[in-house]
Design a protein around this ligand. Structure first.
Ligand code: HEC
Length: 109
């Protein structure tokens, strides 16, 4: 129940924070994905609200530009110590990364 309620809240937050300009500035925007769904792919490891779990860093309150920068570092194999994120990072378009960055930065820590 609580979980459903928080997902609805997340959907609300996303709707409020998704910036069309971020999507428009991309050359080849991906088909828009409902943000709460793509964020679900992170929750098993990073926690339901990105609070971080044992062994994974906190994503809630993560500054947007830093998020995008870290993401490209994963994607471009510039973080040699990384284990799983380089593989995960390659699966997301720039538009989706912007949506994720918007979402996680909007969560209060
Ligand atoms: C299988 C577990 C797993 C999943 C799923 C996962 N992560 Fe991660 N994440 C990690 C681990 C472990 C690290 C530490 C770096 C590494 O070892 O790859 C990490 C690191 C990160 C970092 C870097 C934080 C920092 O400051 O160093 C970001 C950003 C991040 N993940 C975002 C995401 C997002 C967004 C998703 C969902 C699309 C996601 N992760 C899905 C396990 C996961």
């Amino acid at each position: 129940m609580l979980r459903t309620a928080s997902m609805i809240m997340i959907a609300g937050l996303l709707a409020a924070t998704a910036t069309p300009s971020a999507a428009e500035s991309r050359k080849k925007p991906a088909k828009p994905v409902p943000a709460p769904l793509i964020a679900q792919a992170c929750s098993g490891c990073h926690g339901q609200l990105g609070q971080g779990l044992k062994g994974t860093p906190r994503l809630s309150g993560y500054e947007k530009d830093a998020f995008a920068r870290v993401w490209s570092e994963f994607r471009d194999n510039q973080r040699p110590a990384a284990t799983i994120m380089p593989r995960i990072a390659r699966g997301y378009s720039d538009t989706e990364v912007a949506v994720l960055a918007n979402y996680f930065s909007s969560i209060r820590r």
